[in-house]
Design a protein around this ligand. Structure first.
Ligand code: GLA
Length: 718
């Protein structure tokens, strides 16, 4: 029966080829972008155009045919394919022809286009999906692969997206680094050959490379000028972006799961759905591209993206593992007096046989340590409630310490090679989330805590180890499925948590910024960009992440890293994101403590502008001694400007900073805020009124020649 449909499909294909004049243009478009495909006389699908929106449909016929859209291994192409399959008869090729396409409206301003491709020789099918968010100018792409061969086919390569470009020059910006050194931006000119940005880390997937990139065409783009494509993959595991320039100087960009050690056996009739790749394209530089992503993410992607976020006091750097009930009760009081919304209890509260008094043991035993917390978490939840602050708690439920009761009981749940010595990253191992029993257990960690203590308002969900010594007892002869099934298992758990606790806020943390992708953010309200909270380093790290993520999801805490920087400097840096404190308030002077209390109040007042406004990055910290960014509310009535002097040079000539995003015709009052008690603003324009036009063309003299000096300036329309 299935075969009959298949042959019918093939006949249809042949028919399509015969009617060349009926070959359709398939147009995926947003308000400003067009992505146009056409079917060639050979019946294959070609990408004819990607760029600024083409307004006249009659012009489409003039477009060049372009490059085959979703190139396959084994045929005429000489470069990296999007798809590589192995059929039941051992044949490694695929040739995809257009069958049909459909366009569906998903909601107001959101349209899905599905293009169906089939092979005439083998019953395999690829559906390419595009979801276009018109107003936000973001396009989401993924593919579905299925077949009706008798036995499973083997998927060797299975990209989410393949995009083609024919430009003079290509400049790639990648975001790479390490623990405490995340999302460093570096730009390379792509020349002939292949450049890959990928991850093979499994769980803590983004420790070295973030799953996003910027690609500028012809010349490097700036904040306000230049042609740029920004892309990111929503996959909390191994990803790969391949950029390959061919002999004709054409570029292909292939995005998807990293197929490294991940051959996948796909049974007949089942669908392999690739993760989502999201991109935007702008002719006005990186600033516009970022703002598009920020708006789209708050509206369509991030968990509770439209809601506000809680400020918090975290005990990690104040106590590390050294705390007991009394210390925590007094920290809850500190949270209250600081005026933040929540107290967050970090690592170290659990384990009895193997108490978690350091990172060497206890992971997996999620019962309160009876010595530290004789009255359980319940006492803390109650106290927080009495003080009128929310309570949050740290967990790392995907992991296990070899010194834990869980490890003793369930070695079969641990990813490790049974016949080799174990290797520990941060003294721990990863649980096998491909196993449904492990998924139940991980869900049970959250569900158990929530059932016992419904007052818990927040989880900081950590993931400190990559997958090492990769072997699953559960997957048996399908070991190459582990990297993928692990992530699917992780999503199954998160899906259950979100369904049962839709309002629960969660921080995505992975030894700092080891997990930073948009699929995870469907389940988490925010993420921890880095364990590095040195404010100077944070200026770079936050600058990097802000290229793709809104400040609403960037947790930024005031800590005691780099005490050379004043508490004001440290707080001003953290106020650019989702503000928190991770510091012993009693180490601060009276004046510093008072400043923090006042800063929380100030932040609360400006929070809607910072978290939901438009970000304009004004002066980059890269290669400069100063940096500045601002947020503007959607009505252009209110703005907040941040300015930092890092290490001014002797005798440096300071230039004014031109603001952005304001209404040139409105009048605005300029006022420096968040000053230490007793100090006066040294900003020459303080308290004065200017037109938006002046502020954006003549600018403000925001910078000083003082080392580690910062200022926050409020701009308000009269
Ligand atoms: C990771 C996190 C930190 C902290 C520790 C606790 O390193 O990034 O913020 O929670 O774990 O062990």
């Amino acid at each position: 029966m299935k075969m009959r449909f298949f042959f019918l499909g093939v006949l249809l294909c042949v028919f399509m080829q015969l009617n060349a004049e009926e070959r359709p243009f398939i147009v995926v478009e947003t308000d400003d972008i067009s992505l146009i495909y056409q079917v060639g006389t050979d019946g294959r699908l070609y990408q004819s155009y990607l760029g600024e929106r083409l307004t006249n449909k009659n012009d489409y016929v003039h477009l060049p045919q372009g490059t085959e859209a979703y190139l396959t291994h084994g045929m005429e192409d000489y470069y990296e394919p999007a798809l590589h399959v192995l059929h039941n008869d051992g044949n490694p090729s695929a040739l995809l022809k257009y069958v049909s396409h459909e366009v569906n409206s998903l909601e107001e301003g959101v349209t899905e286009t599905i293009i169906d491709l089939k092979d005439e020789q083998y019953p395999i099918e690829v559906k390419i999906h595009f979801v276009a968010y018109s107003k936000n100018n973001v396009i989401k792409e993924f593919t579905e692969i299925l077949h009706h061969e008798k036995h499973p086919i083997i998927l060797e390569k299975y990209a989410s997206s393949m995009l083609h470009f024919a430009k003079e020059k290509y400049y790639l910006t990648e975001f790479t680094g390490d623990w405490a050194h995340e999302a460093n931006m570096s730009e390379t000119l792509l020349t002939f050959g292949k450049k890959e940005v990928d991850s093979k880390l499994g769980a803590r997937a983004n420790m070295f490379a973030s799953p996003f990139f910027q690609l500028s065409f012809d010349s490097p783009s700036t904040e306000n000028a230049g042609e740029v494509l920004v892309g990111t993959l929503g996959w909390t595991g191994n990803f790969r972006f391949t950029f390959e320039v061919d002999h004709l100087n054409r570029l292909r960009v292939i995005s998807g799961i990293n197929p490294y050690a991940s051959q996948y056996w796909l049974p007949s009739g089942e669908v392999f759905r690739t993760p989502d790749f999201y991109f935007t394209y702008s002719t006005k530089g990186r600033g516009e591209a970022s703002r598009r992503f920020h708006d789209w993410a708050r509206l369509h992607q991030i968990k509770n993206g439209q809601d506000s976020r809680m400020t918090l006091l975290n005990n990690w750097e104040a106590t590390y593992f050294d705390f007991d009930e009394n210390k925590l009760l007094s920290l809850i009081k500190d949270a209250k007096s600081l005026g933040v919304d929540m107290f967050l209890l970090d690592d170290g509260w659990f384990g009895n046989k193997y108490p978690r008094q350091s990172d060497t043991q206890g992971l997996g035993d999620w019962q309160e340590n009876a010595k530290k917390l004789p009255n359980g978490l319940g006492r803390l939840v109650e106290e927080a409630k009495m003080e009128g602050v929310k309570f949050g708690v740290w967990i790392e439920p995907e992991m296990v310490s070899p010194k834990s009761e869980l490890y003793e009981k369930h070695k079969d749940w641990v990813i490790h090679l049974p016949n080799r010595d174990e290797y520990y990253f941060r003294n721990q191992l990863v649980l096998d989330l491909s196993n449904p029993e492990v998924q139940d257990y991980v869900f049970g960690v959250v569900d158990g805590l929530m059932t016992r203590y419904p007052g818990i308002a927040y989880f900081k969900w950590d993931c400190n180890s990559p997958i090492t010594n990769i072997y699953s007892m559960y997957l048996k002869d399908k070991q190459t499925h582990l990297y993928i099934d692990y992530v699917q298992g992780y999503y199954n758990v998160l899906e259950r948590i979100r369904a049962k606790y839709p309002d629960l806020s969660m921080m995505l943390c992975s030894g700092g910024g080891g997990r930073t992708d948009y699929e995870a953010l469907r389940y988490y309200t925010e993420f921890w960009p880095s364990d590095n909270t040195d404010p100077i380093e944070r200026l770079f790290i936050q600058w990097g992440y802000s290229q793709v993520f809104p400040s609403k999801v960037l947790c930024a805490h005031v800590t005691s890293w780099n005490k050379k920087a004043s508490i004001k400097f440290r707080t001003d840096v953290a106020m650019m994101g989702k503000l928190g404190f991770d510091i012993n308030l009693h180490e601060l002077s009276e004046q510093e403590r008072e400043f923090c209390i006042q800063a929380v109040r100030q932040y609360n007042e400006m929070k809607p502008i910072i978290l939901d406004g438009d970000l304009y990055r004004l002066v980059s910290p890269y290669g400069r001694q100063h940096t500045s960014s601002m947020y503007v509310d959607k009505l252009k009535n209110k703005a907040v400007v941040f300015a930092f002097d890092i290490h001014p040079r002797y005798g440096e000539h300071l230039l004014p900073v031109c603001l952005d995003g304001l209404d040139p015709n409105k009048l605005y009052k300029v006022e420096e805020v968040n000053l230490m008690k007793g100090s006066k603003s040294s900003l020459s324009e303080n308290g004065k009124v200017f037109s938006g036009n002046y502020l954006m063309t003549a600018g403000l003299r925001l910078f000083s020649s003082q080392e580690l000096f910062s200022r926050i300036v409020k701009i308000e329309a009269l």
